[in-house]
Design a protein around this ligand. Structure first.
Ligand SMILES: [Ca+2]
Ligand SMILES: [Ca+2]
Ligand SMILES: [Ca+2]
Ligand SMILES: [Ca+2]
Length: 368
């Protein structure tokens, strides 16, 4: 009887707690918080370069304990031909969740066509620095303190060029200095774009004058090794991560998925096989995507891979992968099974059939 009473009381109290827990609601407070500039690209979206952009970084640029917000600005073909627009907007967080646009005062004035952001303290001075990828050139901003930045791209040697998309920092050779990987997408020339009157082989999709990437030429990727003196050396070929096949790189993430203490690299390739570059501990990498089971979709197809994430979602001590895809293609959830490689749980986890195109995703909760 006592057991029954105890169980009843437990049930009663848990029901009470459930009843008292308010439901979680989200309300868009962007405008009232001062986040007023809405990045937009051309509504026409005839060309691939008009459809790939967007990224946000939440970081504390002045170390005042409050997160500031950095947003990538995309552009239009016309703006880009005229030199582009400031590639990012920086909002500083003041009191009471109010933000102010400090882009100009912060010195973030480099113009171009922004595509992505990667924030890290590359020179170990305690201040987070900003790398912005874009079409036609990337930018490295060194943080001088108090949210003031200096454009050090040329001196550092990390401008890249072409159509850069993803970027991620990690100290792959464990020399104490963060290095930078940059993925690139397709080759496109804004001064020689196809038109309805003068189409190329990749123009027109389902009868519409739209450029599709499937038959375009891809671009190689970059790995910038940090020399520790404010300059970098481009070592992608030497390291074995240059992507000579020119697959269409988008999302990138580093992680020590085999728990050997060295960061390896996962690259999402749109309409191609994903790359998993295993760190060989000697400054070089071995591409093991196909062997590990993360290169293709659950059906064994090359799909429109876009965003990548690593996290230990089952808390077994091994980093697992998530990969987003185009439109109604199945999203990928890969369980790390150690020496056995990765098992694709996309369908059993019931996350395959999302409808939207997803360019990024994050595991929520503590990172593994
Ligand atoms: Ca701050
Ligand atoms: Ca720094
Ligand atoms: Ca390094
Ligand atoms: Ca795991």
């Amino acid at each position: 009887m006592r057991l029954f009473t105890t169980l009843f009381m437990l049930f009663f109290f848990s029901a009470l707690v459930r009843a008292q827990t308010p439901p979680i609601h989200f309300r868009d407070v962007g405008m009232e918080a001062g986040l007023t500039k809405v990045p937009f690209s051309s509504m026409k979206q005839h060309y691939v370069v008009e459809t790939i952009s967007g990224g946000v970084a939440l970081f504390d640029c002045d170390n005042d304990g409050k997160l500031d917000i950095l947003v990538v600005n995309d552009a239009t073909i016309e703006q880009a031909r005229g030199g582009g627009v400031p590639m990012v907007t920086l909002y500083h967080q003041g009191e009471n969740l109010k933000f102010a646009d400090i882009t100009k005062e912060a010195g973030l004035t480099h113009k171009g066509w922004g595509m992505g952001i990667a924030v890290a303290d590359y020179n170990n001075d305690g201040l987070p620095d900003i790398y912005v990828t874009g079409y036609g050139g990337n930018v490295l901003y060194h943080n001088l303190g108090n949210c003031k930045f200096e454009d050090v791209t040329e001196k550092a040697g990390v401008a890249g060029g072409g159509f850069s998309a993803g970027a991620a920092w990690a100290d792959y050779d464990r020399d104490g200095h963060l290095d930078l990987f940059v993925s690139r997408y397709v080759h496109t020339d804004l001064n020689h774009l196809p038109t309805a009157e003068n189409p190329s082989k990749n123009f027109f999709h389902k009868g519409l004058p739209v450029e599709n990437p499937w038959t375009m030429d891809g671009e190689t990727d970059f790995l910038f090794h940090n020399r520790g003196d404010g300059t970098f050396e481009e070592v992608s070929k030497k390291a074995g991560v240059d992507d000579p096949a020119g697959h269409f790189g988008l999302g990138v993430v580093w992680g020590d998925y085999d728990n050997q203490g060295w960061p390896s690299l996962l690259v999402a390739n749109d309409t191609g096989p994903n790359y998993l570059y295993h760190n060989k501990h000697d400054g070089t990498f071995e591409e093991v995507g196909m062997l590990s089971g993360v290169a293709l979709s659950p059906e064994g197809r090359e799909v429109g891979n876009m965003g990548v994430e690593m996290g230990d979602f089952d808390r077994d001590g091994k980093l697992d992968f998530a990969i987003t895809d185009y439109a109604d293609q199945p999203k990928g959830l890969y369980l790390n099974q150690g020496d056995q490689g990765f098992t694709d749980l996309t369908y059993s986890a019931k996350i395959a059939q999302t409808r939207a195109t997803a360019r990024s995703m994050r595991f929520l909760g503590p990172r593994g």
